[in-house]
Each structure stands twice: as structure tokens, then as C-alpha cells.
Write a protein that binds this ligand. Structure first.
Ligand code: NAD
Length: 365
């Protein structure tokens, strides 16, 4: 049962933001920030897949301005009911299947959520947006949150920007690319005020421990081999998740509908360099008897279709929106390592009985 709630078109009350995927890694960071740093009401819609956990919301979970609605974004009727009931002025669309290795094993789930789910949301929003009074319709924003992986692998000395052609390699990246095209088309064809953001790799607290940084921490403190794909020299452009959440808020406030913003912190590093830094932090915090953590780094078969390098040029968001990342990577990574050591109970809760850190996404013999 969804209660009536004031929102778009009623300027005397604080705005209502709707966040899809708000129980995931980036979504929960955004919800926590919105609850603690604004007076907004936040409606958080999430299917609570293996990657979504209400425990990631911390104190914001039970805050009176936070409302959780358990729904799947492919459920058009449920989405329409939420929009009608809460009348959001801003929607940030983060719900997605996100792990590249899982997309190799089960691409259908990625097409279903990332492509069909985004289409379902766009259609529901198109009809909702048309019902808004003109001032509210003009102020309304739908942020479609995407990834630098849609651009494929960057050649040396090339950086991605808003004009970079799409060239996705993995089923995950292809499904995100498809959803980006849908989002832009709903702006060009129907006028829905959609903004697309293309962001680099995020790191920080509350990331499901299948992703590189929390996986390495977990393997290291369990004294297990620390797997690194291929030669380890694949480069990623790292951004702290709280900086990403601030970027989304800045784009919602000052971004131009129909425009795309590339988001990154000029934080390029090889996977091996990141893994070695984690090992050094753990040598100090959780020394391993008789050996440095780095001695257990093990190069394993590369991921099929593994992009060699991603790198973002964030000049547009810096100059037009005034956003700048606040985190230095070394400091942010050190804090992140500390966080995972202090939150082993959260890690155990989210992995449950389902995920043991095994290798995923290996094709054929
Ligand atoms: P995540 O996997 O941690 O969280 C995804 C959330 O979406 C989970 O809470 C999950 O329960 C929910 N969800 C999945 N399928 C759903 C469905 N059908 N209906 C409703 N909810 C569903 O992902 P994340 O890392 O927080 O990424 C969020 C978004 O940001 C994604 O769109 C991703 O493509 C994009 N992005 C992520 C990164 C990164 O480094 N993590 C970088 C750039 C862009």
C-alpha cells in the first residue's frame, strides 16, 4: 500500500527524489548523502538482488525522510504506482546488473534489467512527466547513470569524453550502452528531461565483495591466493563513491537536459598497482605471519573480452557544473581498507550463503 505524498508541483514541501537501485553500492551512498546533507524526501526503489541490501543504508534506513519500496524496475505497473504516489521532482536511475563476470555467465539478466528495465522506467516517466504542471515539468530531471565501459578499451594517450564513440566489449557494457541510447532517445523524441552521466570505476564502503577492491581485501585477510586477471596491467580510472554521489547531485542541480557528463577523478592506475597498495595497507593493519600479503598475488587467466584501459576526461563537469572530486586516491583507498576491516559483519551479511569469492565469467574450456 503506497501512501499519498507531496512532491513535484508542490513547491512548499521539500523535494522528493526517487533513487532506483538505492540499496546497492552507489545508490546507498547517494541515499545516505541525501538524507544526511539535504532535507529531501528519498524514495528508494530496489529489487534487493544479491547486490542490494538495506543494511548498506546505515542510519538512513529508518530515517523518516527515507521510504523504501521493494520493486523490480521491469514491473511497469509498480513503477507507475510509485511515481503517482510520491511525485518525485528528480529521479536518479542506478538499478542495474553490474558485474562484468556475471554478465559473461548470464547475459540475459543484464538485458532484462539494464535494457528492458530502463525502457520500462523511461515509459513510466514519460507518462508521469506529462501530468506535471509546467513549472514542475520544466524542473523535473531524470539522471541515467552509466559507465565508461560503454566506450570499450582506450588506446594509450586517449581519454574518453562526452563525444567518444560507443564500442562496448562485455555483455554488461553492451547492455548499459543500449540503455544509454534509449535514455537519449526519450529526450530527443519525447522531450523527457534526461541527463546521462558516464562514470569511471567507483570504490569505497558498501561495495559487494565480488568487485576488485573488497575481493582482494577479503582474500588477503583470509590468507588465500589474491587473484589478478591477466598480466595485471589493465588500467582503471578510480573515483570514490562519495565523490560520484556528489557529482550526481551537482548534475541534477545544474546539468542541461539532453546533455551527457563524463565523471572521473583522473585516477588512472593499473589493477596490480591498486592490489599492491591494498597489500601494503594490510601489512600494517593485519600482518600475515611470516610473509607480506603481496607474496600471495597470483596472476590468473584473463577475463574474456577484458578491456585494457579506461580513462575519463572530466573537463565538462568541472567547467560547466563546477564539480571536483574531494578524495585523493591513496587516502580514499586507505580509508576503504580500514572500513572493510571494521565492517566484516556487513560483508558476512551480504555474501550470505551465496557467494564464496569463486571465479566467475570463464567461457569454454
Ligand atoms: P550494484 O550492483 O552495487 O547495485 C545495483 C542495485 O540495483 C542493487 O541494489 C540491486 O538490488 C538493484 N537492482 C538490480 N536489478 C534490479 C531490478 N531489476 N529492479 C530494481 N532494482 C534492481 O551497482 P552499483 O555499483 O551501485 O552501480 C549502480 C549504477 O551505476 C549502475 O547502473 C552501474 O552501471 C553504474 N556505474 C557503476 C560504476 C561502478 O564502478 N560501480 C561505475 C559507473 C557506473
Amino acid at each position: 500500500m503506497i501512501p499519498e505524498h507531496a512532491g513535484a508541483g508542490q513547491p512548499s514541501v521539500p523535494p522528493t527524489w526517487l533513487v532506483t537501485g538505492g540499496a546497492g553500492f552507489i545508490g546507498s551512498a547517494l541515499v545516505r548523502q541525501l538524507i544526511t546533507e539535504t532535507s529531501n524526501h528519498v524514495v528508494n526503489v530496489d529489487a534487493l538482488t544479491y547486490a542490494g541490501h538495506l543494511e548498506s543504508l546505515g542510519d538512513s534506513r529508518d530515517h523518516p525522510r527515507h521510504t523504501f519500496v521493494h520493486l523490480d524496475i521491469t514491473d511497469a505497473a509498480a513503477l507507475r504506482a510509485v511515481l503517482a504516489a510520491y511525485r518525485p521532482s528528480t529521479i536518479v536511475h542506478l538499478a542495474a546488473e553490474t558485474h562484468v563476470d556475471r554478465s559473461i555467465d548470464d547475459p540475459g539478466a543484464f538485458v532484462r534489467t539494464n535494457v528492458v528495465g530502463t525502457f520500462t522506467l523511461l515509459e513510466a516517466v514519460r507518462d508521469y512527466w506529462r501530468t506535471l504542471p509546467s513549472a514542475a515539468a520544466n524542473a523535473f530531471r531524470l539522471l541515467h547513470v552509466s559507465t565508461d565501459e560503454v566506450f570499450g578499451s582506450a588506446d594509450p594517450n586517449v581519454v574518453f569524453d562526452e563525444g567518444t564513440p560507443y564500442n562496448p566489449s562485455s555483455p554488461y557494457a553492451a547492455s548499459k550502452a543500449a540503455s544509454d541510447h534509449l535514455a537519449r532517445a526519450w529526450h530527443r523524441t519525447y522531450g523527457v528531461p534526461v541527463i546521462v552521466t558516464s562514470c569511471s570505476n567507483n570504490y569505497g564502503p558498501y561495495q559487494f565483495p565480488e568487485k576488485l577492491i573488497p575481493l582482494v581485501i577479503r582474500k588477503a585477510i583470509s590468507h588465500l591466493p589474491i587473484p589478478v586477471y591477466g598480466d595485471g596491467l589493465h588500467e582503471r580510472d578510480w573515483l570514490h563513491v562519495d565523490d560520484h554521489a556528489r557529482a550526481l547531485r551537482a548534475v541534477a542541480a545544474a546539468g542541461v537536459p539532453g546533455r551527457t557528463y563524463a565523471v572521473g577523478a583522473r585516477g588512472e592506475r593499473s589493477n596490480l598497482a591498486v592490489v599492491r597498495q591494498i597489500c601494503r595497507e594490510l601489512d600494517a593493519l593485519r600482518p600475515c605471519r611470516g610473509a607480506r600479503h603481496e607474496s600471495r598475488i597470483t596472476l590468473v587467466d584473463d577475463r574474456p573480452g577484458h578491456d585494457r584501459r579506461y580513462a575519463i576526461d572530466p573537463t565538462r563537469i568541472e567547467q560547466e557544473i563546477g564539480w571536483r572530486p574531494q578524495y585523493d586516491f591513496e587516502v580514499g583507498l586507505r580509508e576503504t581498507v580500514h572500513w572493510y576491516l571494521e565492517h566484516e559483519a556487513w560483508v558476512q551479511t551480504v555474501i550470505g550463503d551465496g557467494y564464496r569469492g569463486e571465479r566467475l565469467g570463464v567461457t569454454g574450456p
